[in-house]
Ligand binder design. Structure first.
Ligand code: NDP
Length: 460
């Protein structure tokens, strides 16, 4: 992700070689290759000025996971039929702490998606300034439409295998798409039963009654808005107050991003799920969204039962309808590659000023480049959505201390972390004359820290 002035420059030979080898070795993993290419191309100025990275094979080691575990997950559904899913845990990097990253339960899960998420997680976790390595896991099991009993049986079977690979100082999973409080509870219960010990720090996102942290539920969404606040302030001293905001998804990240944006006086006019989006020009009724999504596990369309004046637009093709709505700030908070080039063009045409990536890799590389070229501010996922994992690390600390912080204390710490993350991205971008390209700034700041740790630890 080069600055305009660097376009046409030939790529650093070492970088080129590693990229080509990674492509050849992982030809069937498009999402993973996309994540690697995005990071590697944006850290070129750092590679140029550090020849010792090549001697120490820093990039070759950075793109090769320390370990990938795949396993069978058999369980019995409510009809008495045996179902077999596939489980994954990618233990990508333990350079700066135990592997840390969520579990995703979704029909789309495969090794490429697990590796891309694990790779991104290494950099994100480094940016938080906290001692956490990078990992990711999950299964092609989809909790949507399953009974609580089926979800519990699946989680118990999944943990029966996963438990031998994790631990509070080894690998600490958490939630992600399809893994919320219910799933984390069942997973932790089975872990505790097998281990015969209360290792609270083995998983984060736990319920408050058994070792969870206040603010963890809100953390990714709130953190995203804290990051956006800093980014807007640093660019023309603008604020969220009075801005129109659209947010894709209506899951954990989207809901709390909406709540915090509204607290800052923004007018959130649209949210979505994988079936369609709602547009409510009077401002989204977030209490209702919480009721539909967190309590009833329903579809976003049901919003119209209470607010018939709102509009529902069904998803019909690969371009999500939410990005056709005029907005100042767009927050993709659903899934990877959800903003197509066509959607990006529409957003720019409608005058968008800033994008905040709540989801992981919601914008393909060319879409991000297009936004940057058009002068749209981009808060990259690694930085902007790092509040979730940062608060997970705060949960781990509380579990170790056997002491629990107040909501205000955790929220203040989260806010401080997001300010620091933004400052790190800004400083790194400035150091390499990249202006307000925080995408490159985030990659450079985190990569520099990881490379230093890697060289210090020798060839392992
Ligand atoms: P949830 O499962 O709580 O919610 C996901 C939301 O996205 C749902 O509304 C879902 O709709 C929608 N969605 C999923 N797939 C698609 C799709 N293909 N097209 C349109 N909408 C879709 O997940 P989270 O909110 O936890 O995660 C959302 C994103 O944020 C992911 O990229 C995740 O990796 C990232 N993230 C999450 C963190 C966390 O703390 N939870 C931390 C950092 C990043 P439907 O109900 O129809 O499936």
């Amino acid at each position: 992700m080069l600055n305009g002035k660097d376009k046409g420059k030939t790529m650093n030979e070492y970088l080129k070689k590693v990229l080509e080898n990674t492509k050849a070795k992982n030809i069937h993993e498009p999402e993973y290759l996309q994540a690697v290419e995005e990071v590697l191309t944006s850290i070129e100025p750092v590679i140029d000025s550090h020849p010792e990275f090549e001697t120490n094979a820093v990039l070759e080691r950075m793109v090769e996971p320390e370990r990938i575990i795949t396993f069978r997950v058999p369980w019995i559904n409510d009809e008495g039929k045996t179902i077999v899913n596939r489980g994954y845990r990618v233990q990508f990097s333990s350079l700066i702490g135990p592997y840390k990253g969520g579990l995703r339960f979704d029909h789309s899960v495969n090794q490429s998606i697990m590796k891309f998420l694990g790779f991104e997680q290494i950099f994100k976790n480094a940016l938080t300034g906290l001692p956490i390595g990078g990992g990711k896991g999950g299964s092609d099991f989809d909790p949507k439409g399953k009974s609580d009993r089926e979800v519990m049986h699946f989680c118990q079977s999944f943990m029966t295998e996963l438990q031998r690979h994790i631990g509070p100082d080894v690998d600490v999973p958490a939630g992600d798409i399809g893994v919320g409080a219910r799933e984390v509870g069942y997973l932790f219960g089975q872990y505790k039963r097998i281990k015969n010990g209360y290792e609270g720090g083995v998983i984060t996102g736990k319920g408050l009654s058994y070792g969870g942290s206040l603010v963890r539920t809100e953390a990714t969404g709130y953190g995203l808005i804290y990051f956006m606040r800093e980014m807007l302030k640093a660019n023309g001293n603008r604020s969220l107050a009075g801005k129109t905001v659209t947010i894709s998804g209506s899951g954990n990240v989207a809901i709390y991003a909406c709540e915090k944006a509204q607290q800052y006086g923004a007018n959130v006019v649209a949210m979505s799920d994988s079936s369609g989006c709602i547009y409510d020009k009077n401002g989204i009724d977030i209490a209702l969204i919480k009721q539909i999504k967190e309590v009833e596990r329903g579809r976003i369309k049901e919003y119209l039962n209470v607010h018939p004046e709102a509009q529902y637009i069904e998803c019909t093709d690969e371009n999500s309808p939410i990005w056709t709505i005029k907005t100042d700030i767009a927050l993709p908070c659903a899934t990877q590659n959800e903003v197509s080039m066509q959607s990006a063009q529409k957003l720019v045409e409608n005058g968008v000023i800033a994008i905040g990536e709540g989801a992981n890799m919601p914008c393909p590389k060319e879409v991000t480049e297009y936004f940057l070229e058009k002068g749209v501010l981009v808060g990259p996922a690694k930085a902007a959505n790092a509040g979730g994992v940062a608060t997970s690390a705060i949960e781990m600390s509380q579990n170790s201390m056997r002491y629990y912080m107040t909501f205000e204390e955790v929220d203040k710490e989260l806010d401080d972390i997001m300010v620091n993350i933004f400052n790190s991205c800004q400083k790194a971008a400035e150091k390499y004359n990249l202006g307000n390209n925080y995408v490159a700034g985030a990659n450079i700041a985190s990569f520099s820290k990881l490379a230093e740790a890697m060289i210090a630890q020798g060839i392992v």
